[in-house]
Design a binder for this molecule. Structure first.
Ligand code: AMP
Ligand code: MN
Ligand code: MN
Ligand code: MN
Length: 280
């Protein structure tokens, strides 16, 4: 990366959701990797922001408040990142707390499903990996199934058990796109469609999602993500220009050895896009 281009990473996780490292360690690792500005974006939780910000300050690295909100759109799970919002906003806090309480109940149903295919103790096993039981995630179930030798790695667990139609997957009611945008915008933040290249929607449905997001005031999409191929970066760069979206860049780092890429180690934004960080 050229020294003239800022290394901005606006998507990553700590153990306040399904990441492996505490918030301060995420910030220190980002700084050591050369990140200039970091946003911590835990799933449905902003409890790690103060700790990460203090560590970022101590390293002389820029820090932006972040969160990755789980929603449901047309029957599929979609993630909306919120950036640069006021972390003390009451409606945002209440909305996120509602999502978290639903996760525990979903985890019980997932464990019951897994029990039907002979896998015992998955609820307790997954919770043992969750720093906050309310943030229990499919990622924690995956780590437990690897631990007990059902699969060799986390990705194989998703492919065999945790995706729609598989024995450990249960349907769940997440908030709507409108809910997530109301909470993020109400707290003064910028909303970003997370990793648009990762959804299983058709190209046509993805465009409808982006159109609805824009109509409701959404301003940005992740063009560069640790989960995107170079081809997807090209397609999403063109979509950002067409829809006049700001462009975001994030690693989606979850932990050493478990992520596509490390903090700050993703491609630069393609030329001709307006970076989302110009809006902070
Ligand atoms: P949840 O929010 O509980 O539905 O869990 C979703 C999380 O599981 C994502 O944020 C990723 O961290 C992880 N995940 C989803 N799909 C996969 C996959 N195919 N391989 C590995 N991890 C995945
Ligand atoms: Mn995750
Ligand atoms: Mn995500
Ligand atoms: Mn993420």
């Amino acid at each position: 990366m050229s020294s003239l281009v800022l290394n901005v990473d606006l998507h990553c996780h700590s153990n306040e959701s399904d990441g492996l490292l505490p918030p301060a360690e995420v910030a220190r690792r980002a700084s050591a990797n050369g990140v200039d500005v970091l946003a911590l974006t835990d799933h449905d939780n902003i409890a790690g922001l103060a700790e990460a910000r203090a560590a970022a300050d101590a390293c002389g690295m820029g820090f932006v408040n972040g969160v990755e909100v789980s929603i449901e759109w047309e029957g599929g799970q979609v993630h909306i990142v919120g950036l640069a919002f006021a972390a003390n906003d009451a409606a945002l806090a209440t909305g996120l707390a509602g999502i978290r309480s639903g996760r525990i109940e979903r985890a019980r149903r997932m464990a019951a499903d897994l029990e039907r295919v002979g896998i015992r103790g998955a609820f307790e096993g997954a919770l043992a990996y969750a720093h906050d039981p309310n943030l229990v995630s499919r990622a924690h179930f995956a780590r437990y199934l690897v631990e007990i030798g059902i699969c060799r790695d986390v990705r194989s667990v998703f492919d065999a058990y945790l995706k729609p139609g598989l024995p450990g997957y249960v349907e769940h009611r997440w908030p709507t796109l409108g809910d997530a945008l109301d909470w993020i915008h109400g707290a003064g933040g910028v909303a970003v469609v997370a990793h648009p290249g990762r959804y299983k929607f058709s190209a046509r449905d993805l465009r409808r999602l982006l159109g609805e997001f824009k109509d409701r005031g959404g301003r940005a999409i992740e063009v560069v993500s640790g989960g995107h191929t170079p081809e997807q970066v090209g397609v999403l760069g063109r979509l950002a220009r067409e829809f006049d979206f700001l462009a975001s860049r994030g690693s989606d780092f979850h932990g050493p050895g478990e992520s596509f890429v490390d903090l700050g180690k993703v491609a630069s934004l393609p030329d001709g896009l307006t970076p989302v960080w110009t809006a902070f």
